[in-house]
Design a protein around this ligand. Structure first.
Ligand code: PMP
Length: 420
């Protein structure tokens, strides 16, 4: 057992091990000018521990070849490691079978896969798709493209002033034409955790399949796709300490088998002639061409790293950070937190009276504090609150209360610069 595992076992909170955890992330030692980096942009992309970096280097230096198509040693090793990574993802989300995990280039790609593979086959003129007001553009635009092509109708679940879905209104949107639900597990703009289990059950009672956008959830909450009973669950590695360019689509086997392929090419076929092509079985039917092999293996290593710490311990510690940061931010005059759901991950969106979020972000950067400003690819959320943009601080298990303090001090400096 490693030193970190021993410390984790002996403690009640990650707080006691956070220095040890931070030592795993070389990038956290960076200086921005003469200030220490305070990285609070984890909802956009999290950082990579040395463990994952080393795994990528080991793959490239000793294991790389193209997969699935040769009998030589390296190709067998690479194929094996790629399939091992798939099984790590399967266990991470408790999927029933490894073939239910499709590697994609990320969340956006996975949603587009479902739109093309399921939507274009099964959704017809006059059919209705339910989305929510909390969706990222990735879970809006593909469905709008489909609705336009098929003359289908999009219905939207509204939210209240705290940024919570109105579940009663969701239930009222169902009718005989409802064919599909697309629903985010966690809002990237506000941090709201949605009651997806109940919402999935409601849709299933009416025979309607549900896709869950787990991009903001998978790094922060334990996800069990069998317990949730969702038809599809999607997320990207780069928000889970893994590489960019890789993510997964989980789909129930019977749904994936019924779907048409999204991309045609090598590896996704069983046989090809100019008269007729037959497709491979899942998951390969949806993995045309050479996949990002190194990234998939790195994703597997990131899953090992997170699982070693434990998602329950991560969720508990990040909640401590959220509570502390919310308390400190909410007493600053002129600061308004947007999104006050009782059930949130450690994402805080806020506005400052008389100061544009872009200026907040720029001045915080001078203090070494990295946050994100803008509409966060969730313009409908901004429209709901009648604002063009917010500043968003998003935390990970390697952040500390000292870093929350640095954010608060930075905000005081922003106020002094702009308002005095
Ligand atoms: N959905 C949500 C909720 C997100 O936060 C993001 C990333 N910001 C995406 C989808 C898109 O993820 P990616 O850019 O990795 O495809």
């Amino acid at each position: 057992m490693g030193a970190l595992e021993k410390m984790l076992q002996a403690s009640n909170s990650l707080a006691t091990c956070v220095d040890r955890i931070r030592a795993d992330f070389p990038i956290l030692n960076l200086k921005i000018g003469d200030k220490s980096l305070v990285y609070l942009d984890n909802a956009a992309s999290s950082q990579m521990p040395q463990f994952v970096i080393d795994r990528l280097v080991r793959y490239q230096t000793t294991q790389h070849a193209n997969i699935h198509r040769a009998v030589h040693h390296l190709s067998e090793v690479a194929t094996h490691e790629y399939e091992v990574a798939r099984r790590k993802l399967q266990h991470f989300i408790n999927a029933r079978e490894d073939k239910e995990v499709i590697f994609t280039s990320g969340t956006t790609d996975a949603i587009n896969l479902v739109m093309h593979g399921y939507g274009r086959k099964f959704i017809q003129k006059g059919d209705e798709i339910i989305l929510t007001h909390l969706e990222h553009h990735s879970n809006i635009v593909p469905w709008q493209m489909l609705a336009q092509e098929k003359e289908a109708i999009i219905r939207v679940v509204p939210i209240n002033d705290s940024g919570e879905l109105l579940v009663d209104e969701y239930e009222k949107l169902f009718n005989a034409n409802t064919r599909f639900v697309g629903l985010t597990h966690v809002s990237n703009a506000l941090g709201t955790i949605n009651p997806i289990k109940e919402m999935i059950a409601f849709a299933h009672q009416r025979g309607v399949p549900v896709l869950i956008d787990g991009a903001q959830a998978a790094a922060h909450l334990t996800v069990d796709v069998q317990a949730l009973d969702c038809d599809f669950y999607v997320f990207s590695a780069h928000k889970l300490c893994g590489p960019t360019g890789i993510g997964i689509l989980y789909g129930k086997a019977h749904q994936l088998e019924a779907m048409q392929p999204y991309k045609g090419g090598g590896d996704m076929i069983s046989s090809v002639s100019f008269e007729k092509t037959t497709y491979n079985t899942i998951p390969y039917k949806f993995e045309a061409g050479t996949p990002p092999i190194a990234a998939a293996i790195g994703f597997g290593a990131a899953i090992d790293y997170l699982s070693n710490i434990g998602l329950d311990a991560i969720a508990q510690y990040e909640h401590e950070l959220l509570t502390y940061a919310t308390e400190r931010l909410s007493i600053i005059p002129g600061v308004t937190i947007i999104g006050n759901s009782a059930s949130k991950v450690a994402v805080i969106s806020f506005t400052m009276d008389g100061i544009h979020p872009h200026d907040v972000g720029t001045l915080l950067n001078e203090e070494g504090v990295a946050i994100r400003t803008g509409h966060h690819c969730a313009q409908p959320v901004m429209q709901r609150f009648n604002i063009p943009a917010t500043s968003r601080a998003s935390f990970s298990f390697y952040n500390t209360k000292d870093e929350v303090d640095a954010l608060i001090e930075g905000i005081q400096i922003v106020k002094k610069v702009f308002l005095s």
